[in-house]
Design a protein around this ligand. Structure first.
Ligand code: SF4
Length: 153
């Protein structure tokens, strides 16, 4: 039996900042596979943030430098509030769930400041992206878990 941690929004949970889902047909197909167990998590909700919520981005520039207005890798909401602690807490809980369930891999939502992998929004709230992982993806990778984005599935 394969165990996969999955971003809840990919399974149809309306947990995104705008209270919508981002249902992924390939993830739904995995849910139909009798040899696979999916473990849905929404790290932003686990970190105590409400739904809907103000959108947030990790603060990076395109060349990877930290913006002068923030700490490295900090997560700021569009209204300027520092929500880094919520993101870290959600990442810690998601990683603990991954450990407790001894998952085989994680499939997480591309681009998100929590769940994004390799390329995420750059902190400018302009739609621009930069190299980097979301906070949960970074923590899962550091813990040794394999992570794929929904786009890589
Ligand atoms: Fe989806 Fe992850 Fe954002 Fe939650 S934190 S809405 S699971 S991308």
């Amino acid at each position: 039996m394969k165990k996969i941690l999955v971003s809840a929004c990919l399974l149809g949970y309306e947990c995104r900042y705008d209270a919508k889902s981002k249902t992924c047909p390939k993830v739904l197909a995995l849910a139909e596979d009798k040899d696979t167990v999916l473990i849905p998590v929404c790290p932003e909700q686990l970190g105590g943030l409400p739904t809907p919520r103000v959108p947030s981005e990790r603060q990076r520039t395109k060349d990877g430098e930290t913006r002068s207005i923030t700490r490295p890798g900090a997560v700021l909401a569009k209204d300027g509030k520092d929500v880094t602690a919520n993101y870290r807490k959600g990442a810690e809980i998601a990683t603990e769930i991954a450990r407790l369930n001894d998952i085989d891999m994680a499939v997480l939502k591309a681009g998100s400041p929590s769940c994004g992998k390799d390329i995420i929004y750059d902190g400018s709230f302009t739609g621009a992206k930069a190299k980097g992982d979301g906070v949960t993806t970074e923590m899962l990778k550091q813990a040794g878990f394999k992570v794929l984005s929904d786009e890589e599935l």
